[in-house]
Every structure is written in structure tokens, then in C-alpha cells.
Design a protein around this ligand. Structure first.
Ligand SMILES: NC(=O)c1ccc[n+]([C@@H]2O[C@H](COP(=O)([O-])OP(=O)(O)OC[C@H]3O[C@@H](n4cnc5c(N)ncnc54)[C@H](O)[C@@H]3O)[C@@H](O)[C@H]2O)c1
Length: 355
């Protein structure tokens, strides 16, 4: 059993990863300020993890930018089991918002990461899994995209992630003993198959999948498809989607790899290696949900690429695991979540017995 600090553990990817780690027997401290999540996700993942899990999950409400909050989170580990590793999900992730509020993005994503790393150093904890993003690759020249592709982000969100990656490079070069995995996610989608936890974006979703599922459930009228004239099979943009449970299992594998090997800096793509077009996703979601997904084709958005798909070979080799769930399961599980929780965690009924 390992004691792990998870920043942003109440969020979409964090909650699914926390569940996988609890099921693997680890002890967790979740540090989250609930800026983009609800404590309800933690209550529900505990239900899913079974009766003995509650004693292994501590919630520290706080902000990664505040040193005292970080110290409190490290101190919340069970007696005799200091935090051995950190999985760092906390951050802001909306590309459009980052263009409007760059200071906020640099503050939380870079400033928060810097503060966290300083706290880790002070605590003698040098094992970190960091949530990076395929956004770093900007407009890719080569698809599938290998980890060696140039880092050329084209928005403040991507710049802030690239800056943290650079900081991690500098840190691991400055001092022996750091074990760091920079995981570059492609497009995480879907939900736990129970439909009890899932993605609960505030306001208008930025990403295709939550938008499509909100159209299917009747919360939004129709989807706008940006560009029907891309050089792809059906003219709509192609992306690499990864089921959030595959992503969560990838974090467990990354942590196991870091803890069992010599100190290192690992940089890995986490994607399925399969591209799906927007129109394919619309059709698959309509079929999984049995609900129509009306859409209209509109002009391309500046900054979008025709196709972005991971080369997942290095991750498969270094982590010894591959993604297992395809588009049909992503849609099935995403729909299980959306249809049972049409307004996300906001619909939680406090009187509901079994959660
Ligand atoms: N979801 C994606 O499409 C995607 C793709 C690539 C990378 N990522 C990265 O993965 C990470 C997790 O993404 P997610 O989709 O789960 O997002 P999310 O918004 O659901 O989760 C982030 C969590 O961090 C918390 N948080 C935000 N600012 C904080 C702060 N200052 N202090 C403490 N907690 C704070 C939020 O309340 C939330 O619970 C992010 O770093 C994101 O940039 C996400």
C-alpha cells in the first residue's frame, strides 16, 4: 500500500483515477478547492470502492497555490505512512477561457505546480505523475504523433502546460532522485460504467463528447460541427479519444513503473492510437443512447487541426498496458452517466439512500 496525494482528485479524471487506486489498495489524500468539481464525486467513488475504502481516503479542501494548504494535505496522510507520490491533476483546462484569462491560467497551472513541487521537495517526496496534454503539439506535422514531435502550443492553456513540462525537466536535471511521469493525454471521454461518476463541466462544454451527450439528453438543442471540409474521410475533424477508465488505469501503471524502476523522467502519450471523426462520434453516440443528436456544419475554427491522433507505442511498451475500451464503450458509459445525471452532480438527491 502506498500513500498518494492526488491534487484535483474530485475532478473528472482525478475521481476515476482515485477509484482505481483505492481498488488497488492504496491510501489517498485528495487536495481540491472544488473550483470545477463537487465533493459529491468523492462520496460516490467511495460507494463504488466498497466499505473498507472510506478509511483510506482523506479529503483536504484547499488550493495548490497556498503553501499552508499543501502542508496540511501532506500532514493528512495516515500516521506512519507519509505521502510517497503525488498525482497532479489540479489545474484549469478550458482553451477558450485561457485566451481570455491568461493570468489566471499561468497562476493556477504554472504557479500552482511550482508551489506543489516546492512542497514536495520540502517533504522529501520526489515521485510525481503530471497531467500534461496533447495540446502541446499544436498543429501536428506528423500523425500519429510521437512524443518526439515538436512542442508548439498555440494557446495560453498549452503554453502553461509546456512551461510545467520544462520546469519538470529542469528540476529532474538539478537533483538526483526525482521520478516523474509527464502524461500527455489526448481526449479523455466516457465515464465509469456504473454511471455514478463522470464528467460534469460547468457552463457550456468545451469538448465534443460532453456537448454531444448534453444534446442527446435534451439539455442543448444541437451540436455545431466546426468544418465539414477537412481532408479526412467524411470531412469532419479527426481526434483520438481515450476512455477515462483506460486513462485512470494508465495512471496506476505509470505510478507502478516509477516506483519500481530507477529515478527517471518519463514522457508518454496517453491515447488510444485510433482516430474518430466528429461525425462518427455523433453517430456512435446516437446509437448508444437511442436519442437523436441534431447537428449543423459550420465554418472551421481557427487553431483547429484536421487530425490529431497519438502514437501510443511508447506508453504501451513502458507501462505494459494498452487501452482496452473502444468508441462504443466510451459512448455507452458516457450515456450511462449523462442519462442518470442529466444535470451532472447537481441532481444529487441528498435523501437518496444508496447514493
Ligand atoms: N479533460 C481533458 O480533456 C484533459 C486533456 C488533457 C489534459 N488534461 C489535464 O488533466 C487534468 C485534469 O483534468 P480534468 O478533465 O479532470 O479537469 P477537472 O476540471 O474535472 O479537474 C481538475 C480539478 O482540479 C481542481 N482545481 C482547479 N484549480 C485548483 C486549485 N488551484 N487548487 C486545488 N484544486 C484545483 C478542480 O476543482 C477539479 O476538481 C488537468 O490538469 C487538465 O489540464 C485534461
Amino acid at each position: 500500500m502506498t500513500s498518494i496525494l492526488i491534487t484535483g482528485g474530485a475532478g473528472f479524471i482525478g475521481s476515476h483515477t482515485a477509484l482505481v487506486l483505492l481498488e488497488a489498495g492504496h491510501s489517498l489524500v485528495v487536495l481540491d478547492n472544488f473550483a470545477n468539481s463537487s465533493p459529491e464525486s468523492l462520496r460516490r467513488l467511495l460507494e463504488l470502492a466498497g466499505p473498507d475504502a472510506e478509511a483510506r481516503l482523506t479529503v483536504a479542501t484547499g488550493d495548490i497555490r497556498i503553501r499552508d494548504d499543501l502542508e496540511r494535505a501532506f500532514a493528512a496522510a495516515p500516521a506512519g505512512q507519509p505521502i510517497e507520490a503525488v498525482i497532479h491533476f489540479a489545474g484549469l483546462k478550458a482553451v477558450g477561457e485561457s485566451v481570455q484569462h491568461p493570468l489566471r491560467y499561468w497562476d493556477v497551472n504554472l504557479g500552482g505546480s511550482r508551489q506543489l513541487l516546492a512542497a514536495m521537495q520540502a517533504q522529501g517526496c520526489r515521485t510525481l505523475v503530471f497531467s500534461s496534454s496533447a495540446t502541446l503539439y499544436g498543429m501536428p506535422e506528423q500523425v500519429p504523433i510521437p512524443e518526439t514531435a515538436p512542442i508548439r502550443p498555440i494557446n495560453p492553456y498549452g503554453h502553461s502546460k509546456a512551461a510545467v513540462e520544462q520546469l519538470l525537466d529542469d528540476l529532474s536535471a538539478s537533483e538526483a532522485g526525482w521520478r516523474i511521469a509527464r502524461l500527455r493525454y489526448f481526449n479523455p471521454v466516457g465515464a465509469h460504467p456504473s454511471g455514478r461518476i463522470g464528467e460534469d463541466p460547468r457552463g457550456i462544454p468545451n469538448n465534443l463528447f460532453p456537448f454531444v451527450s448534453q444534446v442527446a439528453v435534451g439539455r442543448r438543442e444541437r451540436l455545431q460541427v466546426f468544418g465539414g471540409d477537412w481532408p479526412t474521410a467524411d470531412g469532419s475533424g479527426v481526434r483520438d479519444y481515450i476512455h477515462v477508465m483506460d486513462l485512470a488505469e494508465g495512471h496506476r501503471a505509470a505510478l507502478d513503473t516509477l516506483l519500481s524502476e530507477e529515478p527517471q523522467l518519463l514522457t508518454l502519450n496517453l491515447g488510444s492510437g485510433q482516430g474518430h471523426s466528429v461525425l462518427e462520434v455523433v453517430a456512435a453516440f446516437a446509437s448508444a443512447s437511442g436519442c437523436p443528436v441534431p447537428y449543423e456544419l459550420v465554418a472551421r475554427r481557427p487553431g483547429d487541426a484536421a487530425s490529431s491522433v497519438a502514437d501510443p507505442a511508447l506508453a504501451a511498451q513502458r507501462l505494459g498496458c494498452r487501452t482496452r475500451r473502444g468508441l462504443a464503450e466510451m459512448c455507452r458509459d458516457g450515456w450511462a452517466w449523462q442519462s442518470a445525471n442529466p444535470n451532472g452532480y447537481g441532481t444529487a438527491n441528498p435523501l437518496e439512500g444508496g447514493g
